[in-house]
Design a protein around this ligand. Structure first.
Ligand code: FAD
Length: 473
């Protein structure tokens, strides 16, 4: 038999259920393929840094595959309809009997997979899908009336009950007979702009990703619950880019985090981190259960009645990190430079755009996607909808983040702010915490923008917008 492993957002050899199953029978021949559709990437607003991150990981994967005796192919196509033809043609040319892959949950990608499956079936070729980028099959985590959960709390309860009884298994890296060939890289440059990323923060390769995960679980995880919100402390795992393209699996993350602390529920240090993996899982299950999320729509119907102000000057200032609120501006500068910011800063900056500048969350969602190295549709869309109170959050009041309070709380010494806003380096911290008054007085000296809106006033306007929209519910 000849099997084809079709890589997508699962660029790893270890704990890759699809690959493991394809390689189970040593007598079978296994081929690997990765296909890129730059036009679709463009439509998805993929960032140039993420494109580079994918590119480097495909090169690395192709080498790793060669070492374990699997031939790797790379193709670039113009559209999803060409992609469908390509997969069928490839299978027929190489006499493939079965295709193995891990599911993607975005609507267009799922639809494309179903079409390919139908076409392959006509040719007696089977498609075998796996939930390799999740902890659990979304069809197994449902409410009593068999719906996908919309409320995180109930979802989390269910997941914890499952985590407690599930015996997870890490699928080992397959090994096959060495290829009798000289290694030649078959990955060509993408027809998509690429931009270098910081390899000290995000080193390339599966081995490095696993090492980074291990180091985090050995050294930082215990302090995570205390420090994760303080950007100057860099106490997060920085693993999101690897999870988003599947260099790591969530199962590997979960099992590594409990290696030393089996009783993870009683251990709040470790559990707080696992809780974040559950958020990731939640947003993917939501996307799978509610395809409207892939179609630019909100989970709440009344959302479409919100009359966003969409002031493009404000939006531009936000993107550039020139709002006059140092914590927001530093966050946006870091996002633009590194392609990554921690969760607290994502919440602060996103909240500011939606609830203070009254700009439609979709514009922010797209901008984040175009900059993030870890851009992941489900987490990004889920995060933006949560922050704008139009998604899965069921808190009865509308939450907001006051950028001045957040700054005092999470960057009191302004170390983080000063590392991204060099013009503030010599400004005393009490001025940074009172940007409106102090910084205006010293405007000429420090040349820092006066804030473009006043938080409290704009937030009240947002409440009005949302109350009006909700009347249509
Ligand atoms: P850690 O804090 O170490 O957490 C470990 C892992 O858990 C992360 O790598 C990530 O996979 C997952 N995780 C953590 N927090 C969340 C969360 N709130 N929601 C979902 N998963 C989470 N995450 C992305 O991976 N891609 C995105 O495009 C993305 N966009 C976001 C947009 C907004 C507006 C918000 C509020 C959050 C977004 N997140 C996104 C979630 C989160 O901010 C990042 O996953 C996290 O900051 C990544 O840093 P880390 O790897 O150090 O995470």
């Amino acid at each position: 038999n000849i099997h084809l492993m079709w890589f997508r957002s699962d660029l790893r050899l270890t704990d890759n259920e699809a690959l493991y199953t394809a390689c189970k029978n040593k007598k079978d021949t296994v081929l690997g393929i990765f296909t890129s559709v730059p036009k679709q990437w463009k439509k998805n607003n993929m960032s140039h840094k993420k494109a580079q991150f994918i590119y480097e990981h495909i090169c690395s994967l192709s080498k790793d595959m060669f070492k374990i005796g699997i031939m790797f192919y790379y193709y670039e196509v113009n559209s999803n309809s060409v992609l469908k033809k390509l997969i069928v043609k490839f299978c027929l040319k190489h006499k493939v009997n079965s295709v193995f892959y891990n599911y993607q949950y975005e609507y267009i990608e799922r639809k494309c997979d179903i079409d390919i499956e139908n076409k392959l079936n006509i040719n007696n070729i089977s498609m075998n899908g796996f939930h390799g980028s999740l902890l659990f099959n979304p069809k197994k985590i449902l409410t009593k009336v068999k719906n996908t959960y919309q409320v995180f709390h109930s979802f989390k309860k269910k997941i914890i009950s499952k985590l407690n009884v599930t015996k997870f298994f890490i699928f080992p890296k397959p090994s096959r007979k060495k290829l009798n060939l000289v290694y030649r890289c078959r990955v060509y440059s993408f027809k998509f702009p690429r931009e270098n990323f910081d390899k000290n923060v995000f080193p390339v390769g599966e081995k490095n990703a696993l090492f980074k995960l291990k180091q985090f679980c050995l050294q930082k995880i215990k302090k995570y619950f205390l420090y994760r919100d303080y950007p100057a402390l860099k106490s997060n795992s920085f693993l999101s880019p690897y999870l988003s393209i599947g260099v790591l699996s969530p199962k590997q993350c979960f099992l590594t985090s409990i290696e030393k602390e089996f009783d993870f529920l009683d251990n709040k240090f470790v559990f707080i981190w696992i809780n974040e993996l559950i958020w990731r899982e939640f947003f993917k299950h939501l996307l799978n259960g509610y395809p409207i999320l892939s179609k630019n729509k909100s989970l709440r119907k009344w959302e479409k009645k919100i009359v966003w102000k969409n002031n493009m000057h404000f939006f531009k200032m936000w993107k550039k990190g020139k709002t006059g609120y140092p914590i927001v501006d530093a966050g946006m500068k870091q996002l633009n430079k590194l392609g990554w910011i921690n969760n607290r800063l994502r919440m602060i900056t996103a909240n500011f755009l939606v609830k203070n500048l009254l700009v439609d969350w979709r514009l922010g969602e797209k901008y984040f996607m175009s900059k993030l190295i870890d851009g992941d549709f489900s987490s990004n869309n889920g995060g933006w909808q949560w922050i704008s109170s139009t998604g899965c959050d069921n808190v009865p009041y509308i939450r907001t983040f006051n950028p001045i309070d957040q700054c005092k709380k999470f960057d009191y010494l302004c170390k983080y702010i000063k590392s991204f806003l060099k013009e503030l380096i010599h400004v005393p911290i009490y001025c940074i915490h009172n940007p409106g008054s102090c910084m205006c007085i010293q405007k000429k000296i420090i040349r820092y923008p006066i804030f473009i809106v006043i938080h409290n006033i704009e937030y009240k306007k947002f409440l009005k917008l949302i109350t009006l929209a909700k009347e249509y519910e």
